[in-house]
Design a protein around this ligand. Structure first.
Ligand code: GLU
Length: 427
C-alpha cells in the first residue's frame, strides 16, 4: 500500500454522490496553482467521519436501531457547517459527498466555515412525533463530541426542520448546562432563529437564476419554470419565481408530475398539499409521466430534490435554456458533459443553493451578538452575497472557458487550499 492508496471505504465501488464529487475535484485540479496542488489530496478525503448507532424505543415499547452519521469534510476555513438529513437512502458515502459540497459551497459564498453534514438512515414518515423527538435527541447526544458553536453547527436538510433543530439545540444545551442557541441554525424565530431563513435556499436559487438569466438575455417575468421537488427549496423557489411574474409550468414530486403551460399557482398547490391532496390530483394541471418532465418545453429547470437526477439518459432531451440546481448533486458528471456540449447553462448547486447556509451564517452571527436584523436587511445582504459570488464564478468561467461548476470549484478550492497551506501540516 502506498501512502496515497485510498482507504477501502473510499474505493470506487462506492459509486454515487461521492464518486461525482471526486470527479469534480479531478476537473478542478489542473486549474489550481502549482504551489497549492500538493494540498488537493486533503479534499479527496473527509477530515473525520463518525458512524453512530441510534437506538429508539418506539411508542409500543419495541426497541429499533438506526444508523446515523456526522462527517467533517474540511475545517480549514472555520467550524464544520452543514445540514442533517433523515432519509431511508442515507449512507456514509452520501453524507461524505454532501459534507464535501458544503466545504465548496461555504467557500464559494465566502462564509467562514468548513464543510460538514449528517444524517440518519430512517424513513421519518413512519415515526410518530414523540419517536422523532427521541431519535433526534439520541442522535444529537451520540454526535455531541463533534458539536459546538465554534466546532460544528448543524442545520436542516431533507426531512428535518425548525422543530428538529429546536430539539437538537435543547439536547446540546441541557448537556452543556447552558443555553447555546448558536450550536444549530434554521431554528424557530422564538429560539434565536433568523427571519428569512426558511425561504433562504429558494431565494438564493432565484437570485442566481436572475443573474444567469441576465447574462443570456432571458427575461424572468414570463419565463417558464419547471421544478422538481416541492419541499423546503422547490416550493420557496417556485413561489418567488411566481411572484416575479414567471410561469411555473411543471412540478414533479414523489406524488406525481404535473404540467400546465399557462402556469400553476404555487400558493394553491401548497394549500392543496396541506389539506392532504396529491400533486398528481392538482386541479387544472395535466398529470404526465415522470420521465416526460426532463424534456418539457421550458426556460429554467430547477432540480430541487435528491442527487443523481439529471443523467446521460435525460440530459440529451433537455429543452430548458438553463438549469439552476436547488438540490445538492442533482447532475451526474456524464450529464454535465452533455449539457455543456449542448450549451445548456448549468448554475451549479454549490453556488445556486448556497442561500440557505448564507442565512444560516447570518443566524449564527445574530445569535452570537444577540442582536437581530430585519427581514429586509437579511434579504438584501443575501442578494448581495449571492450576486457577488455569481459574478466571481462567471468571471473565472469566462476567463478560462470553463463550465460554471468547475469555475465555482476553482474559486472555492483556491480559498480552502490557501487556508490549508497557510495553516500548514501539524506536526
Ligand atoms: N442543508 C443546507 C445545504 O445543503 C443548509 C446547510 C446549513 O445551513 O448549514 O446547504
Amino acid at each position: 500500500m502506498t501512502e496515497n492508496t485510498l482507504p477501502s471505504y473510499l474505493s470506487p465501488e462506492h459509486l454515487g454522490p461521492w464518486q461525482t464529487y471526486l470527479s469534480q475535484i479531478e476537473a478542478v485540479a489542473p486549474h489550481i496553482e502549482v504551489s497549492l496542488r500538493p494540498w488537493i489530496e486533503t479534499l479527496r478525503r473527509p477530515k473525520r467521519s463518525l458512524i453512530v448507532d441510534v437506538p429508539l424505543r418506539r411508542d409500543n415499547g419495541e426497541i429499533v436501531h438506526f444508523e446515523g452519521y456526522r462527517v467533517h469534510h474540511n475545517t480549514s476555513r472555520g467550524p464544520g457547517k452543514g445540514g442533517v438529513r433523515y432519509h431511508p437512502d442515507v449512507t456514509l458515502s452520501e453524507v461524505m459527498a454532501l459534507s464535501a459540497w458544503m466545504t465548496i459551497k461555504n467557500a464559494v459564498v465566502n462564509v467562514p466555515y468548513g464543510g460538514a453534514k449528517g444524517g440518519i438512515r430512517v424513513d421519518p414518515k413512519l415515526l410518530s412525533m414523540p419517536e422523532l423527538e427521541r431519535m433526534t435527541r439520541r442522535y444529537t447526544s451520540e454526535i455531541n463530541i463533534l458539536l459546538g458553536p465554534d466546532k460544528d453547527i448543524p442545520a436542516p436538510d431533507m426531512n428535518t426542520n425548525e422543530q428538529v433543530m429546536a430539539w437538537m439545540m435543547d439536547t446540546y444545551s441541557v448537556n452543556q448546562g447552558r443555553t447555546t442557541t448558536g450550536v444549530v441554525t434554521g431554528k424557530p424565530i422564538s429560539l434565536g432563529g433568523s427571519l428569512g431563513r426558511r425561504d433562504a435556499t429558494g431565494r438564493g436559487v432565484f437570485v442566481t437564476a436572475c443573474a444567469a438569466a441576465a447574462k443570456i438575455g432571458l427575461a424572468i417575468p414570463g419565463a417558464r419554470i419547471a421544478v422538481q421537488g416541492f419541499g423546503n427549496v422547490g416550493e420557496a423557489a417556485a413561489r418567488i419565481f411566481h411572484d416575479a411574474g414567471s410561469h411555473l409550468v411543471a412540478v414533479q414530486d414523489v406524488g406525481g408530475t404535473i404540467y400546465h403551460p399557462a402556469g400553476i399557482d404555487p400558493y394553491a398547490l401548497k394549500q392543496h398539499l396541506l389539506v392532504g391532496g396529491k400533486i398528481g390530483e392538482f386541479p387544472g394541471a395535466t398529470l404526465i409521466a415522470p420521465s416526460e418532465f426532463w424534456s418539457l418545453d421550458c426556460d429554467i429547470l430547477v432540480p430541487a430534490a435528491v442527487e443523481g437526477q439529471l443523467t446521460a439518459d435525460n440530459a440529451v432531451g433537455i429543452r430548458a435554456q438553463m438549469i439552476v440546481e436547488g438540490a445538492n448533486g442533482p447532475t451526474t458528471p456524464a450529464a454535465d458533459a452533455i449539457l455543456h456540449e449542448r450549451n445548456v447553462l448549468v448554475v451549479p448547486d454549490v453556488l445556486a443553493n448556497a442561500g440557505g447556509v448564507t442565512v444560516s451564517y447570518f443566524e449564527w452571527v445574530q445569535d452570537f451578538s444577540s442582536f437581530f436584523w430585519t427581514e429586509e436587511e437579511i434579504n438584501a445582504r443575501l442578494a448581495r452575497i449571492m450576486s457577488e459570488a455569481f459574478d466571481a464564478v462567471w468571471e473565472v468561467a469566462g476567463e478560462r472557458g470553463l463550465p460554471l461548476r468547475t469555475a465555482a470549484f476553482v474559486v472555492a478550492c483556491k480559498r480552502v487550499l490557501a487556508a490549508r497551506a497557510m495553516r500548514g501540516l501539524y506536526p
